[in-house]
Design a protein around this ligand. Structure first.
Ligand code: PLP
Length: 449
């Protein structure tokens, strides 16, 4: 790697690198922050500033930075067999072993996995698989998949269509046909005078209304994140997912849980659906499966679907060069082994999550904060102009950006989603590090006021 000043790196960055989800011209003006190294939960930029990474990279570095077993697993596998594919009736030992281990950690009705390299590819696979399932069963009219406004399922054509991000739908002719949306279970914004639990039922019944509007015999599946991540860490009321499950069962519709963020311990169980009380037919995963050290994603396939596709489906004409990439699978195996050795999932559920919840509850007293929400090791702080009336700021985006700038200047990476400030820190944080993070959040809120 060449040695350059920060300004030189920024200039080269602006000249050649088109960043995801970025206004290219604006970034070229401001210059990107160059991240140079990382250890545990901290990053260092090219100017030597130490930063607490409260977003685990992009919701993925669950086991923190610098984990030697993951680094060793990649190096060892690269030496032995860096790549071979799983097409044409070949397989590799890391992919086989990982499939076995995933079947152990997932709810017991998941005994099969289809590998991809990302969450978006996983959700594209869901669309193909769900439609194939109904075709094989002789119900080709069941094509429609229902997602949610402000849900996020990735950035490919199918992923962005399943998601309900208006900014994405505004570009490139999305959503693709036969994908439709219902509103989100966002109590603070949409709950009005209902209690959280009442609103959970109301929001779930929007699914039934939509099924009836589309026609039950045309609906193939419903997809949702157990807790919406990119939408702003919207933790649904406890009543929501059981009611969604009941409605899916009533109409025989497949339930898909997008576990790309919530999977691998984030909510205090291996998968978010376990925390939220649903029993999906498919689960998409990515990110935390390798702690982000190397790209890997996939779809866990429940027995209801696996049985049909295996016994009646014939050839499934879908897959990727890197489906079951041996190096990525070796890193995932090392990551899951480490999670088990360190009892991370239980710690999130019983120690770290409750401590985060307690510290966030204190933040709720701040004059700028309308509500706080946490679930395991993810949390949101809702910024509000008037606490009593829940009146939002005139420019939600602006206040979020002010707050985010204060974070940046005070050694904290937190994300602003409109006027919701969110965290999803590494699951290996100590209680003292949660306190350090919460104190920093308190400081940036004071500065934003
Ligand atoms: N699904 C969810 C819930 C996500 O949060 C993301 C990414 O943030 C994706 C899917 C897409 O994953 P990827 O960016 O790996 O394609």
């Amino acid at each position: 790697m060449t040695s350059r000043t920060t300004a030189e790196w920024q200039a080269a960055d602006a000249r050649h690198f088109l960043h995801p989800f970025t206004d290219f011209k604006d970034l070229a003006k401001k210059g990107s922050r160059i991240i140079k190294k990382a250890e545990n939960i901290y990053l260092w930029d090219s100017e030597g500033h130490k930063i607490l990474d409260a977003m685990s990279g992009l919701w993925c570095v669950n086991m923190g930075y610098g984990q030697q077993p993951l680094i060793d697993a990649a190096a060892q596998q690269m030496k032995e067999l860096p790549f071979y594919n799983a097409f044409f009736q070949t397989s590799t030992t890391p992919a086989i072993e990982l499939a076995e281990v995933l079947a152990e950690v997932a709810p017991p009705h998941f005994q099969h996995v289809f590998f991809t390299s990302s969450g978006s590819e996983g959700n594209d696979t869901v669309v193909r698989m769900v439609r194939r399932y109904w075709d094989v069963l002789g119900q080709p009219n069941r094509q429609v998949i229902i997602g949610r406004i402000n849900g996020y399922h990735g950035s490919t054509m199918a992923g962005a269509s399943l998601g309900g991000m208006s900014g994405m739908h505004a570009q490139g002719g999305l959503p693709i046909p036969d994908i439709t949306h219902i509103d989100q279970p966002h109590w603070y914004e949409l709950g009005g005078s209902q209690s959280r639990d009442e609103f959970g039922i109301t929001a779930a019944r929007w699914l039934e209304d939509k099924i009836l509007a589309v026609g039950p015999d045309r609906v193939a599946a419903f997809i949702g994140e157990p807790v919406q991540g990119a939408g702003g860490v919207i933790v649904p009321p406890a009543t929501y997912w059981p009611e969604i499950q009941r409605i899916c069962d009533k109409y025989g519709i497949l339930l898909v849980s997008d576990e790309v963020i919530c999977g691998f311990g984030r909510t205090g169980n291996w998968f978010g659906c376990e925390t939220m009380g649903s029993k999906p037919d498919l689960m998409t995963f990515a990110k935390g499966v390798t702690s982000g050290y190397i790209p890997l994603g996939g779809v866990m396939v429940g027995e209801r679907i696996a049985k049909v596709l295996i016994e009646q489906g014939g050839e499934f004409n879908h897959g990727f060069t890197y489906s079951g990439h041996p190096t990525a699978c070796a890193v995932a195996l090392a990551n899951i082994r480490l999670m088990r050795e360190q009892d991370v999932v239980r710690k999130v559920r019983e120690e770290l999550g409750p401590h985060l919840a307690q510290r966030f509850a204190e933040l709720a007293k701040h004059p700028l904060v309308g509500e706080v929400q946490t679930c395991g090791m993810m949390g949101a702080v809702q910024l509000v102009k008037d606490k009593a009336t829940r009146k939002a700021f005139d420019s939600a985006l602006e206040v979020g950006m002010v707050c985010r700038t204060h974070c940046f200047n005070n050694g904290l990476i937190m994300r602003a989603v409109g006027d919701r400030m969110i965290v999803a820190p590494p699951l290996v944080m100590t209680v003292a590090q949660i306190d350090e993070m919460a104190d920093l959040i308190q400081k940036v809120l004071d500065l934003t006021l």
